[in-house]
Ligand binder design. Sequence first.
Ligand SMILES: *[C@@H]1O[C@H](CO)[C@@H](O)[C@H](O)[C@H]1NC(C)=O
Ligand SMILES: *[C@@H]1O[C@H](CO)[C@@H](O)[C@H](O)[C@H]1NC(C)=O
Ligand SMILES: *[C@@H]1O[C@H](CO)[C@@H](O)[C@H](O)[C@H]1NC(C)=O
Ligand SMILES: *[C@@H]1O[C@H](CO)[C@@H](O)[C@H](O)[C@H]1NC(C)=O
Length: 214
Amino acid sequence: MHLLRGAAGLAALLGLAPRQFAADSSAYVDKETGLTYASYTSDRGIIFRVAVPDTVPTSLVYDTVLQIVSPIAVGWAGLAWGGSMTYNPLAITWANGTHNVVITSRYAYGYYVPPVYPSSNYTVLKTGTHINATHWQITAKCTGCTKWGDDSTGVTTIDPKIQNTIAFAYSNTPVDTPADAGSSFGIHDSIGHPVFDLSVAENKNFTAAVAKLA
Ligand SMILES: *[C@@H]1O[C@H](CO)[C@@H](O)[C@H](O)[C@H]1NC(C)=O
Ligand SMILES: *[C@@H]1O[C@H](CO)[C@@H](O)[C@H](O)[C@H]1NC(C)=O
Ligand SMILES: *[C@@H]1O[C@H](CO)[C@@H](O)[C@H](O)[C@H]1NC(C)=O
Ligand SMILES: *[C@@H]1O[C@H](CO)[C@@H](O)[C@H](O)[C@H]1NC(C)=O
């Protein structure tokens, strides 16, 4: 006990943060959408952001908002709500030429191209979604991204009050058919498993605030 207290005291003296409590995300207030997100920037400068309501039901079934900002040359960028490739809802996004940004709900049952997943639906929010010469950006509401699974795989939920591991992946190679949301695509060039602190991403009046962006 004395030893532990001593170690903590020494860490405090040296100004060391307790690493095990540090999330990889940081709070980000987006002027354009007016929402506050937990934001993480991956290698290659791709930004992954998640916003949640300030109050959620005990069922932990609630809508979230996902925002991805990517350099234009990236082929596709994706997020895995449960922090791994398989058996959790995936959001895969890419630029459809300079026309629009595509988001598709997928679910991987193995290490092959994940099929479309109908239990999570994304609504693209016009505010916060655009393409310019250097980047594409998408902001979308997800219904069905906070609870998944069944009796055989186990049911998983996202509790916004605690830290959650959310995975990302991207590829520099474009998807096979960018104009088709059901397109197949190749394996990722990079992945990561950042810890998101969603407690900083709570938004008052979430439903009304998000509805205004559609
Ligand atoms: C292009 O879009 C990105 C992402 O939304 C933004 O950060 C950047 O400022 C934009 N560039 C210009 C010139 O508007
Ligand atoms: C998503 O949309 C499909 C097709 O419209 C619908 O069958 C499904 O119930 C929706 N799921 C959720 C979670 O809203
Ligand atoms: C991609 O853009 C084309 C127009 O250039 C459009 O017809 C098509 O619907 C778009 N695809 C998606 C999935 O948004
Ligand atoms: C939430 O929305 C209600 C109804 O539109 C409004 O009266 C209230 O001021 C809003 N609260 C905040 C904190 O924005």
